[in-house]
Design a protein around this ligand. Sequence first.
Ligand SMILES: O=C(CO)COP(=O)(O)O
Length: 209
Amino acid sequence: MYIFLGKFADVVVAPPFLYIDQNCWTGKGGAFTGEISVEQLKDIGCKWVILGHSERRYVIGENDEFIGKKAAYALSQKVGVIACIGELLEEREAGKTFDVCFQQLKAFADDVVIAYEPLWAIGTGKVPTPEQAQEVHAAVRDRLSKNVSAEVASKTRIIYGGSVNRGNSSNLAKKEDIDGFLVGGGGASLKGPEFATIINSVTSKKVAA
Ligand SMILES: O=C(CO)COP(=O)(O)O
């Protein structure tokens, strides 16, 4: 199960495939055995889809073009898109974090929620410092401002994902450009009190703002 928390404490539950998929096909339904169309997601009341997750990119082999088609179609059908971007450890170490994230960002339109998920932090217990995460979030927002508009940049929710837990969510949430979290099903999203603490770290930020 994955759960995303938005700036205004929208809570989106994205359970595994059998219960509601977090993925969708690139266009209107058709003969694509094993895939789930946006129409089918809507049919069961699904309002969001997670696209571009690193597991889809690196395990299944989806590329930016394919992910971009999915995102465009989902948005055209009024299904919200949580668009994942993030670098590999070796890309970070080579100083390519921004390049990778900006490249992945190109696949998405301007009305998505962006989830920055460095691959080295997903399910590993390793978390960027709040400053490291903020640096990428701020760069992504700046990129949106330059390439789309200042208005879009300020209204886009940029959430962080990768080993978020009750111990680190509050310091991450305090950073200006971290608007919420994508919390994995390996741990924190399945533990009620821990999950509530993570939600509260986002809502307290809003109250304090
Ligand atoms: O994106 C995520 C899972 O796919 C984040 O997972 P974790 O919170 O378990 O690191």
